[in-house]
Design a protein around this ligand. Sequence first.
Ligand code: TXA
Ligand code: MG
Length: 327
Amino acid sequence: MAHAPRTYTGTPRNLALLARVLRGGGIVAVPTETVYGLAADATSRAACLRIFAAKGRPSSDPLIVHIASLRDLGRVAVPNAAALRLAGKFWPGPLTLVLPKTGAVPGVVTAGLPSVAVRMPAHPLFRRLIRLAGVPLAAPSANPFGYVSPTTAEHVRRSLGRRVGHILDGGASRVGLESTIVDLRDPGRPVLLRPGIITREEISRVLGVPVRNAGRPRGGNRPRVAPGQMARHYSPRTPVSLHASLRPAQAAKGPRDAWLFVSKPVGRQPVNVFWLDERGDLRRAARRLFAVLRDLDEGGFRRIRAELPPGTGVAEALRDRLTRAAG
Ligand code: TXA
Ligand code: MG
């Protein structure tokens, strides 16, 4: 893209304009409740190739297809009873289902896989845009490949810059972490491909069976089905190290490091101590994580030392993203 990106508010006129861009095979950065996405017509090979080019994303990493109504699910995927059950419970929302794909989805979207990842997002502006475009929209997170996902329009502008011409500003993402991804190709054996704010426990409860982990990928960066599980992903440029337990007193010994806690440590803290949420609320911590990592990345620190929250539920998603940030 030759010129600087334009940022649009969600007026009816702007949404109509952006829908035209999408129908014409262009790419638009869009707000979602999870993170900002970089959207294109999922039924157009040429349009989807523009996403890979803008992100510098390898063609082996498949895209998520976004739909605005349940009627469109059958257009892109072959649903089963388990999928309809989860969709009924969690859509629109931050849950992505992996199912067999239909012929409407070009191979470039799924990296040649016979399956497709589908989600119905909850953000009202993005939903309206999908409806206006009249086609399902493929959208990965709107960050350069490997960098921290964006949760504001400003993050997109700063990190993708001239590589994207149109950005729809829908405010800060409410969830702040990418969607939970569940592989439902075998409906009796759901597999968690990426933890998120919709937890393993919630999904198990709805399906009535445990949700297993994917087996460890063999052969480096070419996993079985989930390239998003690549080791180095969502990484700031500043090295990140992880700690099962961190005490604020340690921060004095590493004045050039940023020390990142889940909740605010008691007492007065030195300037290099940070926290995700005052009270350690994990949902609020998730909402702020990526913005905090970006800020710390620009703070001139030698290293980011992050505390890993223990436990199940949302803690699992936070540990996953922190671990990926550490590479
Ligand atoms: O919350 C989200 O899911 C955001 C917003 C924009 O919707 N999107 C997102 O996309 O996080 P992205 O590209 O950063 O992650 C997509 C991941 C891939 O890296 C891969 O792990 C998984 O989704 N995926 C996509 N298609 C798949 C398939 N057919 N089988 C298995 N995993 C798939
Ligand atoms: Mg991503």
